[in-house]
Design a protein around this ligand. Structure first.
Ligand SMILES: Nc1nc2c(ncn2[C@@H]2O[C@H](COP(=O)(O)OP(=O)(O)OP(=O)(O)O)[C@@H](O)[C@H]2O)c(=O)[nH]1
Ligand SMILES: [Mg+2]
Length: 290
């Protein structure tokens, strides 16, 4: 199934962001540390022009640390870009953002001259969580499904910084379906726009190719099978996703597997490395989406 997801509020959000972006000093682009390329929105890159930008690689607690380090080195080769891996729920980590923003806009953040920063990114990457941690209280609604924020909102911090929270933005034409399946795997695509079994099989194939040992350990498998269906069946058997007669319910197995993978229960996983093209990073020909 081809994944396409561009609900109506995203078009309006794109318009609003393009108006607001002119008035901001720094852009905080929140990426998912597990997929820094696929979670990067080219529409936002176009709107950014030459404004200073901090690429926050959020959910770093779920990503493979060695791969994240390689991404930071890659991003920081670009001029005007700083990359910061963090977990948006950890104040000590998030707090570094304030210092970085002030470094990038040194004439701002003073009485009468607030520093305006806009937090942008695809859905469900943790933009609102990041803002709440910076504010020290729950100012923006968060949730574990995409499209929780649907309107832009401004939040004034006590340190002279004004932050705009914005709705998660995707792009209307998802021609790169490997990226779309990775986004679906991590939870950036609305549940109604995907087939859980297909996404589960995609994720199982990737894990089988790249993180075999994590699969073996989490599901106490003596051997990891060589087909995505067999892996998902083994996971389903372990998690008790059965129908009458003892057959595996593949749909439920896929849902349960994705839930575990998204929550980091299988281990810290990165879905793409710098310099790889989509096919290589997804583990070869086998798991190209249908
Ligand atoms: N493990 C982990 N989970 C996180 C982190 N940051 C956010 N989350 C979770 O990710 C989910 C999405 O968080 P939100 O802050 O609502 O994401 P958002 O980018 O504002 O999403 P939209 O408003 O839908 O675009 C929530 O379940 C958060 O608890 C993090 O650093 N690590
Ligand atoms: Mg939000």
């Amino acid at each position: 199934m081809t994944i396409e997801w561009y609900p109506g509020h995203m078009g309006k959000a794109h318009q609003k962001i393009s108006e607001l972006i002119r008035t901001v000093d720094v852009i905080i682009e929140v990426l998912d540390a597990r997929l820094p390329a696929s979670s990067s929105n080219h529409l936002l890159q176009e709107l950014r022009r030459n404004k200073p930008c901090i690429k926050v690689m959020n959910k770093n607690d779920l990503a493979d640390p060695a791969v994240t380090k390689a991404w930071v080195r890659t991003f920081e080769r670009e001029t005007g870009i700083r990359a910061l891996p963090l977990s948006a729920k950890q104040y000590r980590e998030v707090n570094q953002l304030t210092r970085l923003c002030l470094q990038l806009a040194p004439t701002r953040g003073k009485p009468g001259r607030p520093l305006r920063a806009m937090v942008v990114g695809i859905p469900n990457v943790g933009k609102s969580t990041l803002i709440n941690t910076l504010a020290g209280k729950c100012m923006a609604r968060v949730g574990d499904k995409p499209a929780i924020t649907t309107c832009a909102q401004q939040i004034e911090l006590r340190n002279g910084i004004i932050l705009s929270d914005t709705p998660g933005l995707l792009w209307p034409d998802m021609s790169d379906q490997v990226a779309a399946y990775r986004l679906a795997t991590t939870g950036a695509i609305g549940a109604g726009a995907l087939d859980y079994t297909e996404v589960g099989l995609f994720a199982a194939e990737f894990m089988m190719q790249r993180y075999r040992e994590l699969l073996r350990s989490r599901y106490q498998l003596t051997d990891v099978a060589d087909s995505a269906t067999a892996v998902l069946e083994a996971v389903g058997r372990r998690l008790g996703c059965l129908v009458a007669g003892g057959e595996i319910d593949l749909h439920r197995a896929a849902e349960a597997f994705l839930r575990e993978l998204r929550a980091g229960k299988i281990g810290r996983v990165s879905f793409e490395e710098p310099g790889q093209d989509a096919g290589e990073a997804s583990g070869g020909e086998g798991n190209q989406p249908a």
